[in-house]
Each structure stands twice: as structure tokens, then as C-alpha cells.
Design a protein around this ligand. Structure first.
Ligand code: 13P
Ligand code: SF4
Length: 333
């Protein structure tokens, strides 16, 4: 981890980041869960799918990724010739932690007739052991293209997996991982909030458990939730995902009110992602200045992980019935 040091005192960090961005020919990508000051200076803010697409298409020499490690690794897998820096290398993810590659491989080996459809929130090793990667915004589209009789392992998020099972009416073997942030929403507190604001739509991310999604009016990726928040005629909405996304909602619709869904005691910070919070303006400046900490991936591993990501990018752009993906011969785990 590269902690900012005393010499940063007195620096105009925003101006310095702008200078370095030009000098380095760098692009700054940020996820919606980042602190507002990082979102505001990013060249692009998006959900996991859009950030992957940007990383794959950029002509910058350096990608400074304000997000978590699996996102920066995805950028490096798709753009290996770029320097990819992550302001804090400790910015992990509870879903990634829940799915150690050796255990995932053993699970796959125990189910040789299943393909592995895997949420992008996982390590590069797990991507390399998977057949197709999905994001929350592409999972339904991609699942609909897989033949009905094909058996599927879905990991590592059992909540997103459970949501897909119910929505697509299709059985899948679920890996038992969860996002600690979305797990922390309280159904009791949410019901109190709904009673306080009758008629306020609830917008929820599919990483929430089923007992929260049961009360949602709209379920979708961060980008999908943002789109609904802006297009909805409602003036007041309840948002059940990491609350930093509300920054974009308030910027684009200042006349509307967005209330974050509460955690267990109705007033905790447990819905803030502790991993995303590790990135700061100071660390972004240092990362651009030193081009460290840098994502490095073994080339053989990268190429194996790229196959499942390329399938995602290909299949996410198709609509159901458009082109036949047939029954691809997937790599053995
Ligand atoms: P999306 O932005 O793709 O919806 O993912 C949410 C998330 O958990 C990122 O860590
Ligand atoms: Fe991982 Fe949850 Fe944080 Fe997203 S919000 S990075 S899924 S811990």
C-alpha cells in the first residue's frame, strides 16, 4: 500500500492529478462506489461492464483505476500493453475473498458436466477457471443465450445467482459467497422507511439478499439503477446499494431526493464499501506520479482469464435471438 506522505502537504492535488494525467497520457476510470472527489475528476464513471469496455478500448498509455483490484486486473487482462495502476492495492472485495481458486477448481472438478458462469467480482485465477464472465448488467442477457439443458455453476455471489435463478426460472448450482455491503441492509429498517415514505420506489442492486429484493421496485446494476433514478417520475426514491452512487443521482437530478436504504441499526456506515474507501485523492496522485502500485499478471494466466472475459464482451452485446452462440466448447477447468 502506498500511503501518502508529508511531502503532499500544500499540493493542489486536483491540479497535480490533471498535470500528471496529461504528462502520462493517462485515463482515470472510476466506479460509482468511489468517493465523490474521485468520481468528479475521473474521465469516465461507470458500472463494471462499461468500465471493462472503456479499459479494452482506450488509447491512453496509463489506466488509473479508481475501483477495486478485480476491476483493475480486468483492465490489465483486456489491455496488457497499458500500465494499470490502482491507488491502493489492498482494495479487494469480499466476493473475491469468498472464492479461493483451489476450492473453486475442486468444485468444478466435482461437476464436470457443468459450465462455470462467473460474476466478474472474482480473482484473475477464478476467471481463468471459468467459461463465461458476467456483470450484474450483462448476466441476464448472457444466461438467456446458454442452451436450456446446459448445467451451470454460478459463483461467487449467491445473491446475484439466486436472483437470476428466480428471474430466468432456471436452476444453477450456487457458490455461497456474498458482498458484505449488500448483505448489511436490514429488511425491518427498510420496511420502516417504506412506511415513512409510502409510494417511494425502492431501487436495489442484485447483490442484495432475496428478502431485500422482494421489496424492490427495480433491480439492476449500478448503471441501471442510476438510469431508473433519473427517468422515474418519482421525486423521492430509496436506494439499496452502496450509497456513493447517490452522488451521481444528486448531480444529475438535484430536485429529487434519494434516501440510502438503512443497515441493521438504521444508522450505520455498514453499507459503505470498505475496500472502495481505501482509494483517496492523495493515493491517486501518488499512483500517477510513481506509476505504482501497478497491476502485473503472468501472461499464461492472463490469456486463460481473457477467454472468459472476451466471451462476456461478445455475448453482452447480443440480444436474445440475435445470432446463435450454439453450444461452445468451453475450456476444461
Ligand atoms: P456493477 O457496477 O457492475 O453493478 O457492480 C457493483 C459492484 O459490486 C462493484 O463492486
Ligand atoms: Fe465487493 Fe461488495 Fe465492495 Fe462491490 S461493494 S467491491 S461486491 S465488497
Amino acid at each position: 500500500m502506498n500511503a501518502p506522505n508529508r511531502s503532499l502537504r500544500g499540493l493542489d492535488l486536483r491540479a497535480e492529478i490533471d498535470r500528471l494525467r496529461k504528462d502520462r497520457n493517462a485515463v482515470i476510470l472510476a466506479h460509482y462506489y468511489q468517493a465523490p472527489e474521485l468520481q468528479d475528476l475521473a474521465d469516465f464513471v461507470g458500472d463494471s461492464l462499461d468500465l471493462s469496455r472503456k479499459a479494452a478500448a482506450t488509447d491512453a498509455d496509463v489506466i488509473a483505476f479508481c475501483g477495486v483490484r478485480f476491476m483493475a486486473e480486468t483492465a490489465k487482462i483486456l489491455s496488457p500493453e497499458k500500465i494499470v495502476v490502482l491507488p491502493d492495492m489492498d482494495a479487494g472485495c469480499s466476493l473475491e475473498d469468498s472464492c479461493p481458486p483451489d476450492q473453486f477448481k475442486a468444485f468444478r472438478d466435482a461437476h464436470p458436466d457443468h459450465i462455470a458462469l462467473t460474476y466478474i467480482n472474482c480473482s484473475t485465477e477464478v476467471k481463468a477457471l471459468s467459461d463465461i464472465i458476467v456483470t450484474s448488467s450483462s448476466a441476464e442477457t448472457i444466461l438467456a443465450q446458454i442452451p436450456q439443458d446446459q448445467k451451470i455453476i454460478f459463483g461467487p455471489d449467491k445473491n446475484l445467482g439466486g436472483y437470476l435463478v428466480r428471474k430466468a426460472n432456471r436452476d444453477m448450482l450456487l457458490w455461497p459467497g456474498v458482498c458484505i455491503v449488500h448483505e448489511a441492509f436490514s429488511e425491518t429498517e427498510l420496511l420502516k422507511l417504506k412506511a415513512q415514505y409510502p409510494g417511494a420506489p425502492v431501487l436495489a442492486h442484485p447483490e442484495c439478499p432475496g428478502h431485500i429484493l422482494d421489496h424492490a421496485d427495480h433491480v439492476g446494476s449500478t448503471k441501471a439503477i442510476l438510469d431508473v433514478a433519473l427517468s422515474s417520475p418519482s421525486e423521492l426514491m430509496i436506494v439499496a446499494t452502496e450509497p456513493h452512487i447517490i452522488h451521481q443521482m444528486e448531480k444529475a437530478a438535484p430536485h429529487k431526493t434519494f434516501i440510502g436504504a438503512p443497515g441493521a441499526d438504521g444508522n450505520c456506515n455498514c453499507n459503505m464499501c470498505p475496500y472502495m474507501a481505501l482509494n483517496t485523492l492523495e493515493k491517486l496522485y501518488v499512483a500517477l506520479r510513481d506509476l505504482q502500485p501497478r497491476i502485473e499478471i503472468d501472461e499464461d494466466l492472463r490469456l486463460r482469464a481473457k477467454q472468459s472475459l472476451d466471451r462476456m464482451l461478445d455475448m453482452a452485446g447480443r440480444t436474445v435471438g440475435q445470432g446463435d452462440v450454439g453450444r461452445p466448447v468451453f475450456a476444461a477447468a
